[in-house]
Design a protein. Structure first.
Length: 289
C-alpha cells in the first residue's frame, strides 16, 4: 500500500510539473524505449543470477508489494515457542523433549505456533540447536560461534534478492543511455526530413535516458530497499532464538531467557514484557489443558 501511495505521489508531481512547464505528456509515451530498457535489464538479471535467486526475488517483490512483513505477533510466536521448549527441558527428561524436536510437525508444542512451523528455515534452526543442547556436550561459546556462522549465511541468503535488484538498479541508467543512443541512430537516418519530424525523433530518444534513470531511482531501488528491510526483520527471528537459547544455556530461567531474546527486537516491533508474559502463560495453560 505504501509503495502504491509513494509511486502515485512521485508520478503525479513529476508528470504534473512537466505539464505545468508546458510539456506535452504524449511525448513521454515511448513504449519501445521502455521495452528496450526493461527487456535488457530483465535479461541481464537472468544472466547474472541462478534460478533460485530469480524465484526468491519474485517472492520478495510480491511480499513487499502485498505489504507482508514481520510483525510483533510473529515475534510473540517465536518467544512463546522457545519459552515452552525451554520449560519442557527444565521440567522433563531430555528424551521427552527430543521427541518434539525430532518430529515438530506432530509435536503438541509446535502445533500451537503454526507460523513458526511453516517457516522451514527457522524451524530447522530451532530444532538443530535444541538437539545440541539436549546432547549436553557442547559449550556455550562453541554453540554461539556456530550460531554466528549460520546466521551470517542465513542473512546472506535472505539478502540475495536485494543485492540482485540493486545491481539491476545500478545498470538501468546506463541501459537508458543505450536506448537513447539507439534512438539517436534512428534520428540520424532521418536528417533529410523536416525539422519537426527530426525534433520528435530526438525527443523520443532522450526519453530513454529519462526512463532509465526514473525506473532505477524511482521504482527498482525503493523496492530493493523495502526487500532489505523486510528480510532483515525476518532474519531477526533467528537472533531472538539465538539469544534466548544462549541465556538458557548459561543458567537463566525460561522467562528470563526469552527476555534476552525480546531485547534484540527493534523497538518498532518489540512486544512489551507484559505481552510476552501473557503469551507464554496462555501457551502454558493451553498445553496443560
Amino acid at each position: 500500500m505504501s509503495f502504491a501511495i509513494g509511486l502515485t505521489i512521485t508520478l503525479g508531481c513529476m508528470l504534473g510539473g512537466f505539464a505545468a512547464l508546458g510539456g506535452h505528456l504524449i511525448v513521454l509515451w515511448q513504449p519501445w524505449e521502455f521495452v528496450i530498457i526493461c527487456g535488457a535489464a530483465f535479461g541481464t538479471f537472468i544472466i547474472a543470477n541462478p534460478v533460485s535467486t530469480i524465484k526468491d526475488t519474485g517472492r520478495a517483490i510480491v511480499d513487499v508489494l502485498m505489504g507482508k512483513s514481520t510483525k510483533a505477533e510473529d515475534h510473540l510466536d517465536v518467544l512463546g515457542l522457545i519459552h515452552a521448549l525451554m520449560r519442557e527441558l527444565r521440567a522433563k527428561g531430555r528424551n521427552e523433549v527430543e521427541a518434539h524436536v525430532d518430529n515438530p510437525e506432530e509435536s503438541a508444542i509446535f502445533k500451537q505456533y503454526p507460523k513458526v512451523l511453516a517457516n522451514t528455515g527457522l524451524l530447522t534452526f530451532i530444532c538443530d540447536y535444541l538437539r545440541l543442547i539436549i546432547i549436553g556436550n557442547a559449550r556455550t561459546h562453541e554453540i554461539e560461534a556456530l550460531m554466528d556462522e549460520e546466521l551470517h549465511t542465513v542473512r546472506h541468503d535472505y539478502l540475495k534478492p536485494y543485492t540482485a535488484l540493486t545491481t539491476v538498479a545500478d545498470s538501468l541508467p546506463a541501459l537508458g543511455i543505450v536506448a537513447a543512443v539507439l534512438g539517436v541512430i534512428k534520428a540520424m537516418g532521418a536528417l533529410d526530413q523536416s525539422p519537426e519530424l527530426l525534433g520528435g525523433l530526438i525527443g523520443a530518444a532522450l526519453v530513454g535516458t529519462f526512463l532509465g534513470i526514473f525506473i532505477s531511482y524511482g521504482i527498482v531501488t525503493p523496492i530493493a530497499n523495502k526487500i532489505k528491510i523486510s528480510r532483515e526483520k525476518k532474519h531477526r527471528a533467528y537472533i531472538v532464538v539465538k539469544q534466548s537459547l544462549l541465556a538458557f544455556m548459561n543458567g537463566a530461567m525460561p522467562q528470563i531467557a526469552v527476555e534476552h531474546g525480546r531485547k534484540t527486537i527493534s523497538s518498532y516491533e518489540r512486544p512489551t514484557i507484559d505481552e510476552v508474559e501473557n503469551a507464554t502463560v496462555s501457551a502454558g495453560v493451553k498445553e496443560a489443558a
